[in-house]
Design a protein around this ligand. Sequence first.
Ligand code: IVH
Length: 701
Amino acid sequence: MSMIQDRMQSLAAQITAANIAYHQNDAPDVTDADYDGMKRELKALEAEHPDMAIPDSPTGQVGAPVAEGFGKVRHRVPMLSLGNAFETEDVQQFVRAVRAVSRNTQVTAEPKIDGLSLAIRYEQGQLVYAATRGDGETGEDVTENARTIQDIPQELTDAPDILEVRGEVYMSHADFAALNASQAAQGKKTFANPRNAAAGSLRQLNAKITAERKLSFFAYAWGDITDPPFKTQTGGVAMLARLGFKTNPFMVRTIDGSMDMATQLIEYHKDMDLRRADLGYDIDGIVYKVDDIAQQIAMGFRSTTPRWAVAHKFAAERAWTTLEGIDIQLGRTGVLSPVARLRPVNVGGVMVSNATLHNQDYIQGRGSDGSEIRGGHDLRLGDFVEIYRAGDVIPKVGLVDMSRRVASAAPYEFPAACPICASPVVREGSAHRCTGGLACAAQGRERLKHLVSRNSFDIEGFGDTLVDFFWDHPDLEIRTPAEIFTLEEVDGHLAHEKQAAGGSHLATLEGWGASSAAKLFKGIADARRTELSRVIYGIGIRHIGESTAALIARTFLTWESFHNAAVAVAEGDPEARDTFVALDGVGQAVLGALSESFAPGREREIIEDLVSHLDIIPEEAPKSSGSPVAGLTVVFTGTLIKMTRSEAKKQAEKLGAKVSGSVSRNTDILIAGPGAGSKAQKASDLGIKVIDEDAWIAMTS
Ligand code: IVH
């Protein structure tokens, strides 16, 4: 394959993945600018090398197919996308194309609303269905959800017999802020921006949830329509307004006069760019449309975009403001993340008051590879800095205006002690980390969440929300792992003190009852007896992931012997260090982390306290001989039916096999379940034995 073909394939794959993230999962993972860039590059390559174009290239598609769980609606008139204009030159070209068809023509200009498009079909004035764009041909049936939106009339008077209204569902800044605040208060996920919030709210399988979210709708176009009573875009929009739809008040039309058409459009674009911050909802550009519908028909369409309309996007958002402070935030692993506190500034329609500062080097003017950023200037409190939003998600700091730095501004000093627990901070690579471990409150909460999770202790009914609930609870507070296991006892004492009927205080709390409390206590009691590998993983020592934990468990077999070895490592015992380093995948980083956790101190106490409540199942010594798969390298692919991937892996390792993630010449057996793809192909190409799950079970039991 040529390098060009390679590049085209890679761009197509990235665009497709981004489409799915954005349209199906409502969670964009590349910036709009990067996305547009990739699409432009692929289009250019396809234009230059049409012979190499990939069949089904994403440049020829709109959006993404219908997600699972929604009914489908076939659009009688396809829902298209718009071509983009970025530069003045692109706008001039559009105007030339319009003028080439007719000399005396006008063009409308209106905000491009940053939401998601919706088609609503009315028959004899009754709303019959509403559908998202989907892939343009087939959309998702969101009728019940759309009925909950105030701006959408349920019935129309004096409307064409059949009328499909098209427009944009969006969420205002005020409703977005209120939604995120309420999500956060309930411990639910917050949304990155109003568009995601609108999409996530409209595309709910449960319309009750949509009803609780405040969505808005602007009508700007139509699809299927019988006997349209208008001849222009402006006339059509006026009809929609008369029927009771909200239409955008900023829509204008060019006029014949002193300024040429392209100049009028660009002036309007500039003007709206200045106003957009005050609109109260996100817009990401201006849409220009030929006003005369006969001319729209004459100009027609490219494969997925009309020739008679174009979206003139706004440039990336930037704004200047004052750096008022630098705060430090901590995550589960204790990394100190500096955050810029800014005098609030409007960046492209969103008020920004924080920006990420990454690490100390970044603040000092050095990038991750040591090279200068920001011209090598550091950031100091009071500095005037440029803020930009990449892909509308996390704001970043761009330049610093050195001419406005006050003489008294001192360089920022990175903290040497953890701002939460005062433990010493150590530098690792470019990061700074708090050494407090479980004893640090900021890390404690996150580590409890890790401990109860599925691949750790897997406590039935105990998830992130309950960790937060108990962390903050005045009388049933849980701050350490051991306190999970003493919860029932504490609860019993409290019930006694408060003379609660039934012997449980928890059961009397709002949202709880006797059976839910009993269920939780049973889940906790069941988790007391647990495998060694889960304990080693669950206590959350840095750099010890699931597979390293399993390997350590298979090596030491019991908690006592692991614990003794870990304490010896912390004491600097060379023999103990060697035992660990001899293990595949264990290096200096793991040794350092073990030393930190098992040196005398609060962290070790917390771990030992936890273990005193447990009944740890010793690991069985691997059957290195005698097992039919001992010493073999196996790979699992596709869906396993009778066991989970991680159970299968554990069992294989117990039998002395090595489990690998990819097929190579060293693979001995590939276990392929339904849906196995390229790995099965590769294995059979290499002549490797391929068996199904049943055959594997027969072989190993
Ligand atoms: S007209 C055939 N007008 O932008 C063109 N679209 O990139 C029909 N959009 O799918 C669309 N505001 O979701 C039009 N004032 C506006 C718009 C608008 C936002 C969205 C719409 C469309 C996408 C195209």
